[in-house]
Ligand binder design. Structure first.
Ligand SMILES: Nc1ncnc2c1ncn2[C@@H]1O[C@H](COP(=O)(O)OP(=O)(O)OP(=O)(O)O)[C@@H](O)[C@H]1O
Ligand SMILES: [Mg+2]
Length: 252
C-alpha cells in the first residue's frame, strides 16, 4: 500500500484563555496520500484551521499542542526542532492562508515577494530567482508575467492577489500544499477559476493538497476524499462520491 505523505495521529490542541481551557482539536487522526486532494470541511469553529496550524506549529499565542504526532515524509513535525521545521515550511510544505490581503506586504512589489519566497530556501542569484518568479506567474496564469512582477498588491484584483499567493506557496515545489479557505474572499466566478487552477496544479505537479473549506459544492468538484470535522473531532472520512451518496453522520 502507498505510504501517506502526512500522517496525523491523536492531535489535540487547546487554547488557554482567562476563562479557562478551550479544546479546539480533540484527538484528530487522518492521512494524506501522495498526489491526492483532501478536503477538510466543517462548520465555523470546528477546528479546521487549528488542525492545520498545529501541524505547521503556527499557533497564535495561548494555543498549545497537548498531544499527538504529525509525521511528514517520516519526520514528526510536532517534535522537530524549530530550525528544521522552518526549513520544511514554505519549502517541502506550501501554505496559502485565509486572507490574501493581509498576507501580502503592501509596500513591496509582488515580484519582490515571490523572489523572497524563492531565495529564503534556495541558493539562487537574483536573476535566477526572477526567472523562476516569471515561470511561477505563468504557471498560475497571471498574464504578461514579466511586466506584472513590478506591480504592487493594491494594483491587483482579489483573484490576481490570490494567484500571487499560490505562486509564492509553490515557489519551492512543495510536496504538500495546505490551502485554508483560499477563495472565500472572492466572488463566485473567480472562486471557480482559482479552484480549477489549484486542481490543475495539483495534478500537473503531482502534489498533495489539503483544501479547507466550508463549501460542500467546492468539495464535490475538486477533492478526492473528505474529512468532516465537528467540534474538534473527526466525524467521518470518505471518498467524495460516497459522502454525497450516503453520508454516515447526520452533521454531514
Ligand atoms: N486565539 C484563540 N483563542 C481561543 N480559542 C481559539 C482561538 N483560535 C481558535 N480558537 C478555538 O478553536 C476552535 C477552532 O477554531 P478554528 O479556527 O480551527 O475553526 P475553523 O474550523 O477554521 O473555523 P472557520 O471556518 O470559521 O475558519 C474555535 O471554535 C475556538 O473555540
Ligand atoms: Mg478557519
Amino acid at each position: 500500500m502507498t505510504q501517506p505523505i502526512l500522517s496525523v495521529r491523536d492531535l489535540a490542541t487547546s487554547f488557554f484563555t482567562r476563562r479557562g481551557e478551550v479544546q479546539a482539536v480533540r484527538g484528530v487522526s487522518f492521512d494524506v496520500f501522495p498526489g491526492e486532494m483532501l478536503g477538510l470541511v466543517g462548520e465555523s469553529g470546528s477546528g479546521k484551521s487549528i488542525t492545520c496550524m498545529s501541524v505547521l506549529r503556527l499557533l497564535k499565542a495561548g494555543g498549545r499542542i497537548k498531544g499527538g504526532t504529525a509525521s511528514f515524509e517520516g519526520t514528526d513535525l510536532l517534535s522537530l526542532d524549530e530550525n528544521a521545521l522552518s526549513e520544511l515550511r514554505g519549502n517541502r510544505i506550501g501554505v496559502i492562508f485565509q486572507d490574501p490581503m493581509t498576507s501580502l506586504n503592501p509596500t513591496l512589489s509582488v515580484g519582490e515577494q515571490v523572489m523572497e519566497a524563492i531565495l529564503r530556501h534556495r541558493k539562487a542569484s537574483r536573476a535566477e530567482a526572477r526567472a523562476r518568479a516569471i515561470e511561477l506567474f505563468e504557471l498560475v496564469r497571471i498574464p504578461s508575467a514579466a511586466t506584472r512582477l513590478k506591480s504592487y498588491p493594491h494594483e491587483f484584483s482579489g483573484g490576481m492577489r490570490q494567484r500571487v499567493m499560490i505562486a509564492m506557496a509553490l515557489a519551492c515545489d512543495p510536496k504538500l500544499l495546505i490551502a485554508d479557505e483560499p477563495t472565500t474572499a472572492l466572488d463566485v466566478t473567480i472562486q471557480r477559476q482559482i479552484l480549477s487552477l489549484l486542481k490543475d496544479l495539483q495534478q500537473r505537479l503531482g502534489m498533495s493538497v489539503i483544501l479547507i473549506t466550508h463549501d460542500l459544492g467546492v468539495i464535490a468538484e475538486v477533492t478526492d476524499r473528505v474529512l468532516v470535522l465537528y467540534g474538534g473531532l473527526v466525524m467521518e472520512t470518505a471518498p467524495v462520491r460516497d459522502l454525497f451518496a450516503r453520508p454516515a453522520h447526520p452533521y454531514t
